[in-house]
Write a protein that binds this ligand. Structure first.
Ligand SMILES: Cc1cc2nc3c(=O)[nH]c(=O)nc-3n(C[C@H](O)[C@H](O)[C@H](O)COP(=O)(O)O)c2cc1C
Length: 214
């Protein structure tokens, strides 16, 4: 068995260390963030750091790498205040991966990948038409992670679009019905399958399957 202490991690080659640290915390959500600059240029980029922040009010967050080089997603969000979060599915994951390439700010990754810009209900940021679950968000705030210069960006969820067939009676979303992907590190993609839903955990009570209630 490998055992790395923090002092060992410091000595690892940087690519190996990045792969190890990025993948050992498990599967991550994988989304395309779409934005528009004040000049009207659209931008699309893959992110695996989108997290739930809270449901009342509905908010999400994502991590942006340090601003040591131009970050088009971040800059557009600060200019325009809006962004969309579009889930990656198995039909588009290669195109989604391609959006991580460093294109010039005037070049839209929508054009380079043939993913389709879609505008819904007067929201002035593009959604990804090929994505089955899309959220329209408004910038709320950001927090700098002092230890490494990354930023946690917080967005308010203003719109959610998804087919009613994939929403259970209690609001839970059947992600596997639309082949939602997850990622491992920065280059692995997986297709998760839900195996059960479980009852709310209470001290000293048995956990039951919600799908096989008797
Ligand atoms: C699977 C995957 C996940 C990524 N997740 C993030 C992320 O969470 N935060 C980030 O800043 N960059 C992430 N990246 C890198 C960005 O996609 C990449 O830097 C992209 O060029 C950013 O585009 P932008 O400058 O147009 O915003 C990820 C790349 C891949 C392949």
């Amino acid at each position: 068995m490998f055992h790395y202490k923090s002092t060992d991690l410091e000595k690892l080659p940087s690519r190996y260390r990045a792969n190890l640290i990025n993948s050992c915390t498990g599967y991550k959500s994988v989304n395309l963030l779409a934005t528009k600059s004040n000049q009207g240029n659209t931008n699309l980029a893959i992110f695996n750091s989108v997290v739930h922040i809270g449901s009342n009010p509905a908010m999400l967050g994502f991590i942006s790498r340090p601003l040591t080089v131009p970050r088009h997603t971040y800059r557009n969000i600060r200019e325009h205040n809006l962004f969309t979060v579009n889930q990656v599915n198995k039909h588009i994951f290669e195109k989604a991966h391609h959006t991580s390439a460093k294109y010039d700010e005037k070049i839209s990754e929508f054009d380079k990948t043939n993913l389709t810009e879609e505008y819904l209900d007067d929201f002035d940021a593009p959604y990804v038409k090929e994505s089955a679950i899309k959220l329209g968000c408004e910038y709320v705030s950001e927090y700098k992670i002092e230890e490494n210069g990354c930023l946690l960006i917080i967005g308010a969820i203003k719109h959610i679009y998804l087919n009613s067939d994939i929403v259970a009676e209690d609001g839970w979303v059947k992600l596997d019905d639309v082949d939602t992907m997850s990622s491992v590190g920065l280059d692995g993609y997986a297709l998760p399958k839900i195996i059960d839903r479980l009852s709310y955990a209470k001290p000293d009570e048995n956990i039951n399957s919600l799908w096989n209630e008797s």
